[in-house]
Design a protein around this ligand. Structure first.
Ligand code: KG4
Ligand code: ZN
Length: 345
């Protein structure tokens, strides 16, 4: 089956054509086309995503990306199903994708399926990647798994019994971790998006310089919280003179990752997980990957660490195609309307 997927939930316009085969136990994917038009430069002067500007850019970019797909000899017959993100995200932006997908489905006489953006991140580990060989050979050894989605909009811990069945264990009660990186970056005078800037500057800093709080670390549940950590950085900057930005960034980053890793590994122990699946924009961070590997080693855990390939961590439409295929096989349907607050259950 060939799926044309459309993603416009935030500030990336993305279209992908993905071929999918095999059943729920071992779905397999091949990426035929994958285009992303990033709006980072447009939103950067405002320090965050401006919904109306994002909508305008999606409207402009969608036909351009679709043209690009066709220019690369994709014909109408090559598409079996059209998939589109319906939430969560910015509703004016979601509508641009949904309306474009609906028009296209009508014009090409194809079926259409709504997709949860969060499930896109969650299932992105199924996309072909460097560790694909490892995934395929050890598939049976990966589950049950603990999945951690960390992005600008999500921070969710899930238990996966097999590649396509999940149960939410916990999530952030306030800011998403990526959102917290973006806000702290702004406090430090760094540009948007803040995550990559904080990672870069932290390399020159001492991560033990400031002992920032680890919110909810010692609570037994799997919920998380990041707004208090952001406020601690704000107070630290307000109350101290001669602050070293590098040390502040590195200490903040370590505090945030400490909570994420500790809670994920605790869940892995409780549910006797065989692997950790990491996805979302923050999962690009090399220090997070390094710390995960270190902690797995020092705590002598028998865990396979399987982060999504970096190019599929940030928003893209290939992951939307994967989630569409999984739900198509399970006959799980989302309504074709923008659902800004759509959550994983
Ligand atoms: O998955 P994504 O592209 O969009 C959402 O679904 O939110 O994630 C974007 C988020 C932003 O908050 C950005 O600052 C963060 O991912 N991010 C990072 C890094 N690269 C992107 N956070 C920490 N370290 C990074 N290297
Ligand atoms: Zn995302």
């Amino acid at each position: 089956m060939r799926i044309l997927a459309i993603e416009t939930s935030c500030d990336e316009t993305a279209i992908a054509l993905v071929s999918a085969e095999d059943g729920l136990g071992r779905p397999r994917f091949k990426i035929l086309k994958n285009f992303v038009a990033s709006q980072i430069k447009i939103h950067a002067p405002f320090g965050g995503v401006v919904p109306n500007l994002a909508k305008r850019e999606h409207l402009k970019n969608l036909p351009i990306l679709f043209e690009k797909c066709q220019a690369s000899r994709i014909k109408h017959q090559d598409i079996d199903l059209i998939a589109v993100t319906v939430g969560p995200g910015l509703e004016p932006c979601l509508w641009t994708g949904i309306n474009f997908a609906k028009d296209l489905a009508k014009k090409l006489n194809k079926s259409i399926i709504g997709v949860s953006h969060s499930e896109g991140h969650l299932y992105s580990f199924l996309l072909p990647q460097k560790t694909d060989l490892e995934f395929r050979t050890k598939n049976s050894e990966l589950f049950p798994a603990i999945a951690l989605i960390v992005s600008g909009g999500h921070t969710i811990l899930l238990l996966m019994k097999d590649p396509t069945n999940y149960k939410k264990l916990g999530e952030t009660r306030d800011d998403a971790v990526g959102e917290c990186f973006d806000k702290v970056a702004r406090l430090l005078g760094l540009s948007y998006p803040g995550g990559p800037e904080i990672e870069k500057i932290s390399k020159k800093g001492n991560s033990n310089a400031i002992n920032f709080p680890r919110p909810m670390l010692n609570q037994k549940n799997y919920d998380l919280s990041f707004s208090g950590l952001k406020t601690s950085v704000l107070y630290y900057l307000r109350d101290n003179k001669n602050v070293k930005i590098e040390d502040t960034a590195a200490s903040f980053q370590t505090a945030a990752f400490d909570v994420l890793i500790s809670k994920t590994l605790r869940a892995a122990k409780e549910y006797k997980a065989k692997s950790i699946l990491l996805s979302g924009g923050v999962a690009i961070n090399s220090e997070l990957r390094k710390q995960f590997n270190l902690r797995i080693k020092t705590e002598k855990l028998k865990l396979i660490f399987l982060p999504t390939a970096k190019k599929f961590c940030t928003d893209n439409a290939a992951m939307v195609a994967v989630a569409a295929y999984v739900n198509y096989l399970r006959n799980k349907k989302y309504r074709l309307i923008a659902q800004g607050n759509l959550t994983l259950k």
